[in-house]
Each structure stands twice: as structure tokens, then as C-alpha cells.
Design a binder for this molecule. Structure first.
Ligand code: 1GP
Length: 236
């Protein structure tokens, strides 16, 4: 599964709990993005996840489910991304929900389709920060330390810098870039057009675009080309 996501430079994240018209969904799926990630912090259910998957499937691009609620573990995705929030004191978001999932689903879990994401939640005003009790007041050294825990101690395939809803501090992102050697570095948060998309793409392996799809799909579509045109710099 690491190989499947390796080439992903641009990903659209779709929230099953938010309405998106057929025309807009088609534009997103035909935009040239590398993959669709389905996920959200609240209101994600089995039924709304199934119905979104059914609408995306005809377009034939890779489709991953980011599991944030056990009730919404829907079969049929290409890949399952399992968040572990590293910067929270609430261990249920690191191990607790994961333990419950394994106790509940046991041998039904398709381990070969799972990838773990080491989440570092950096926007204190976001739903994900409130939900998980994340300590978002980290400076660059703190974020970099968590990133190295994911990259070097835990050997996680993905480090996810999550600024959901607000464009991040690129100095923090840059410092994290410099210390992450093996994990694929995802950035998500507040990308509303080409300019932010380019900045994030220069520093990160994979750029995730969410909210703007729902408020200005044309701007969202511009981010695909912007990411494509941006070379990843050689940071190390
Ligand atoms: C959210 O990282 C993604 O989980 C994308 O963030 O919705 O702010 O684009 P936005």
C-alpha cells in the first residue's frame, strides 16, 4: 500500500456528511487529482459513506477511506487510512479506538489494505483538534519532534500535518520537512487556490484539499494543476 500512495501529489478529501452536486463531484473526480480520500471529523455514518463511495467509483480513480468512526468502516475501498493523533494526551485517539476496532472486527480486518497516518493537528480551532483534544500550540521544534516519533520511532508510512480549515505556518512545515526521511509527508488545511497549493506542494509529498471544494469548486480545481507544476525541492 505504501507503493500505491507514493505517487500521490494531490488528493481531494470528500466529507460524506457534506452535500456535493453531481456536476461538482464529476469535476473533482475528472480533475486529474491522484486520489480521493473520504473522511470527516463528525457526522460520518455507514450509510453516507457507502453512498459517497458509490458515486465516486464510476470515475475509476483510487479511493481511500480515512476511518474516524468505527460505525463507518465500509468495505470496498482501495485503501484504509488509519489516523493516530500524536499530539494529544487522550490516548483513545492513539490506541483506544484502534484497540476497540480490533476487538470488534478481528479477523475481518483487511490488514494488507491499511496504512497508518501519524497526525499532527496544528489548528486549535478545527473540529479535529476539539474532538481529539490535540495540543495545537506546538512550535516548529515540537512539531518536528512528533514528526520524528512517527518517522523514526514508529516507522509510520505517513506523517500528516493537519491544519484543517486554516492555512498553516509554512516555517513549521519546512522544519518538519527537514526531519522527515522515510514517511510520506501529507499536508492538509486551508488551501483555497493555486498560491497556497504551490507553497504546500514545494514542501510536502502530498497535498490534501478539502473545504474549498464545497464553497468554490473552480478554485479547488485550480489546485490540481498548481500542485502538478510545483517541483518538490530536495530538502535533505
Ligand atoms: C482536512 O486536511 C484536510 O482534513 C484538508 O483541509 O478542508 O482545510 O482543505 P481543508
Amino acid at each position: 500500500m505504501r507503493q500505491l500512495i507514493r505517487p500521490w501529489r494531490h488528493v481531494f478529501k470528500l466529507d460524506p456528511d457534506r452535500a456535493l452536486g453531481d456536476k461538482e463531484l464529476e469535476a473533482v473526480c475528472r480533475s486529474g487529482t491522484d486520489a480521493i480520500l473520504v473522511g470527516g471529523s463528525t457526522g460520518v455514518t455507514y450509510d453516507n459513506t457507502v453512498s459517497l463511495l458509490e458515486r465516486i467509483r464510476p470515475y475509476g480513480l483510487p479511493c481511500a477511506l480515512e476511518i474516524s468512526d468505527l460505525e463507518a468502516a465500509v468495505p470496498g475501498f482501495d485503501l484504509y487510512m488509519i489516523p493516530m493523533v500524536l499530539n494529544t494526551a487522550d490516548t483513545s485517539w492513539i490506541l483506544g479506538h484502534h484497540r476497540r476496532a480490533i476487538e470488534r472486527f478481528g479477523s475481518l480486518i483487511p490488514w494488507e489494505l491499511l496504512l497508518t497516518e501519524g497526525y499532527i493537528v496544528l489548528n486549535g480551532d478545527s473540529s479535529v483538534a476539539r474532538l481529539t483534544g490535540a495540543d495545537s500550540s506546538l512550535d516548529a521544534a515540537g512539531a518536528g519532534a512528533y514528526a520524528q516519533i512517527a518517522d523514526k520511532l514508529m516507522n509510520l508510512p505517513v506523517v500528516y500535518l493537519e491544519y484543517s480549515g486554516a492555512f498553516g505556518d509554512m516555517e513549521i512545515v519546512r522544519e518538519v520537512r527537514e526531519v522527515v526521511e522515510h514517511s510520506q509527508l501529507f499536508y492538509g488545511g486551508g488551501i483555497t487556490g493555486a498560491t497556497e497549493a504551490r507553497q504546500a506542494a514545494a514542501l510536502c509529498d502530498t497535498v490534501v484539499v478539502g473545504n474549498i471544494i464545497y464553497s468554490d469548486v473552480e478554485q479547488a480545481l485550480m489546485t490540481v494543476q498548481a500542485v502538478r507544476e510545483t517541483p518538490q525541492r530536495d530538502w535533505l
